[in-house]
Ligand binder design. Sequence first.
Ligand SMILES: C[S@@+](CC[C@H](N)C(=O)[O-])C[C@H]1O[C@@H](n2cnc3c(N)ncnc32)[C@H](O)[C@@H]1O
Length: 219
Amino acid sequence: MNKAFGNDSPELARYIHQIYQPEDELLREIRERALAAGLPEIQVAALDVRHLEVLVRAAGIRRAVEIGTLAGYSGVSILRGLPPDGVLYTLEYDPHHADVAEESFRRAGVADRVRLLRGAALDLLPGLSAEGPFDLCFIDADKENYDRYLDWAAANLRPGGVLLADNSFLFGRLGEPRTSPPSPGVRAMDAFHKRLAQSGEFRATVLPTGEGLAMGVRL
Ligand SMILES: C[S@@+](CC[C@H](N)C(=O)[O-])C[C@H]1O[C@@H](n2cnc3c(N)ncnc32)[C@H](O)[C@@H]1O
């Protein structure tokens, strides 16, 4: 049987959200406070925020890195999946986003287990290597650098460590026919997928969420 890649049914989405309730009061408050503070609504989808927590729990992650904090919506969910001695390093270059995220981590009671690093990820990551190796790297920032973030993850995840990356369908642009030279985003995402899938460094897949959640285990 040739099964479809994902399912677009709004009724099915409603049913699953009703049963699993992926966004509780704490996460709803973060999303609404971020919107009121003028942040863009670009956090992971509600069901994806639950995916993160469940995957972190399933893989026994203790030391996690997130590239792209925004208001801490996904960060709080990752932290919920970590054990009490777990730690999340999360990287954000917009000072206003970082301020809102700090408040989120404080309200969620997880501030002592988060290191919020302010600055451009490509500037911060080389220094962060000294704290590694890591069990998880979650990429959710500027798409033009996904291939470079994967370079860092490949070098800094322990064997068995997990790579996750949101928006790996590049909002549908990745599958479009190529008529002109690819945009920087398409070029980077194409390089990202090829390395993740074909380099032999990871055993990888793409979970067909709305955005395409790429996932690999470091070999
Ligand atoms: C999609 S949002 C992250 C959403 C967040 N992971 C969540 O789901 O709650 C991307 C964030 O990455 C930040 N960002 C973009 N490019 C960056 C860079 N080069 N270095 C650090 N942060 C960056 C943006 O300011 C934005 O807050």
